[in-house]
Design a protein around this ligand. Structure first.
Ligand SMILES: [Zn+2]
Length: 424
């Protein structure tokens, strides 16, 4: 049971490696990175001309199982992850039942062990049923395998409850991931509040609905000393506030999604629900601020917020459609196109945002090619040309705004525990 990934340009930000070499994986673990490696009976993957990186981690996906298997399952979501170059994914708790107890966490871990082709790490709920009132069984979920807590999609509005959650999370050494949205300010909105929303007669979600909650969370992080992670940051003010908090030394991190730096509200196709998500696509100045936050180091991870919805749900009138888009299979290509190609960041920094960055937030024991690390590897190309056909997606859902888009660069192979689970 050995695999040699041969002659690729190996970039591992965690061990400051950038050179042409072989990567040898033996019995599911990295055995070495050096020229001319081999092992008896090893399978060989020729990566000449490609980039070889530690397995990519997506810390924000929705797998819909249990409860919404028509939209996605742990198996189908994991296959979409593999096809996007991800070897590890963290799944949000807004399933049915909500992942708010050790029982549900254990169920997800067990289903993933049996059916997933990549590593799956559950994120537990902050409150019971994600109803924002009573704290969930945080210690039990952690013992069962939860790596963070979040009420993603149903943000905790009660600041006293959030304070207690942060105090508990701190004592358990877990980050609190918050989807920052003041539900009273965003109520009824379907897209970003700006000129396009006025033009199309759609109700707006103001940037302020995100900003006030980010401000609250930063204050509570300071009060409690908890690690607060802001999910899918999307506004200029939110990026500035996180940068400020980090400069003050607070344990605050944030992630950016590809769609929030790749698209704006002006670029939406009017009334097309494949452009409807929360937070919404913002104004051009916000998308630029998110990209600048990536460049400046304010953003620690790129995460997709992969949110599958069945066609029947997304094909209603715009106002009735659920929020969210799938994103696993297009993330690397969008990061290359929007950040690396225009030379905003280096390839090494991009890889850092998908590996050591999320690892530093979640402590999964991954994100590096150091000897002894899990044999998870992402092989990508910066020049392969390919067109995304959402109808060929490994996901059960089709809600992507990037259908038919041609990319230069993308994942080439995904290796999990020394096994090639996907290749282009
Ligand atoms: Zn969210």
């Amino acid at each position: 049971m050995a695999l040699v990934i041969r002659n690729g340009r190996v970039i591992d930000p965690a061990s400051r490696t950038d050179r042409v070499a072989d990567v040898l994986i033996v019995q599911g673990k990295i055995a070495g990175v050096a020229p001319n490696l081999s092992a008896p009976g090893a399978a060989i993957f020729d990566a000449a001309g490609m980039i070889v990186a530690p397995g990519f981690i997506d810390m924000h996906v929705h797998l819909r199982e249990p409860g919404f298997e028509h939209a996605e399952t742990i198996e189908s979501g994991s296959r979409a992850a593999a096809a996007g170059g991800f070897t590890s994914i963290c799944c949000m708790p807004n399933t049915k039942p909500v992942n708010d107890s050790a029982t549900v966490t254990s169920y997800i871990v067990e289903r993933a062990r049996r059916f997933a082709v990549v590593n799956v790490f559950p994120i537990g709920a902050i409150t019971k049923g994600s109803l924002g009132e009573e704290l969930a069984a945080i210690g039990g979920m952690k013992a069962a395998g939860a790596v963070a807590i979040s009420d993603d999609g149903r943000p905790v509005m009660n600041s006293r409850v959030m304070r207690r959650a942060m105090e508990f999370a701190r004592s358990y050494g877990l980050p609190v991931i918050d989807h920052c949205e003041d539900l009273n300010l965003s109520a009824g909105g379907d897209m970003h509040e700006g000129l396009p929303s006025v033009r199309w007669g759609l109700r707006g979600i103001p940037s302020a609905s995100e900003d006030v909650m980010v401000a609250r969370d930063l204050v509570l992080a300071q009060l409690t000393g908890a690690h607060c992670h802001i999910a899918h940051i999307s506004t200029r003010n939110a990026v500035s506030m996180v940068a400020y908090a980090r400069a003050q030394g607070l344990a605050v991190t944030c992630e950016a999604t590809p769609h929030h730096f790749a698209l704006t509200d002006e670029q939406m196709l009017p009334y097309d629900s494949n452009f409807k998500m929360k937070p919404p696509l913002r104004a051009a100045c916000d998308a630029a601020a998110v990209a600048d936050g990536v460049v400046a180091g304010t953003v620690s991870a790129i995460a997709t917020d992969h949110a599958p919805h069945a066609g029947s749900e997304k094909m209603q009138e715009f106002e009735s459609c659920p929020f969210g888009i799938i994103g696993l299979e297009t993330a690397i290509s969008l990061a290359l196109e929007k950040l690396v190609s225009p030379r905003k960041i280096t390839l090494e920094r991009m890889i850092d945002l998908f590996t050591a960055g999320p690892e530093s937030i979640l402590h999964l024991g991954r994100g590096t090619l150091a000897p002894g690390a899990p044999g998870d590897v992402t092989v990508l190309s910066t020049d392969v040309e390919w067109t995304y056909d959402v109808n060929q997606s490994q996901s059960r859902s089709r809600n992507s705004p990037f259908h038919n888009r041609t990319f230069r660069g993308g994942p080439m192979a995904t290796v999990v525990n020394g096994e090639i689970v996907w290749r282009r």
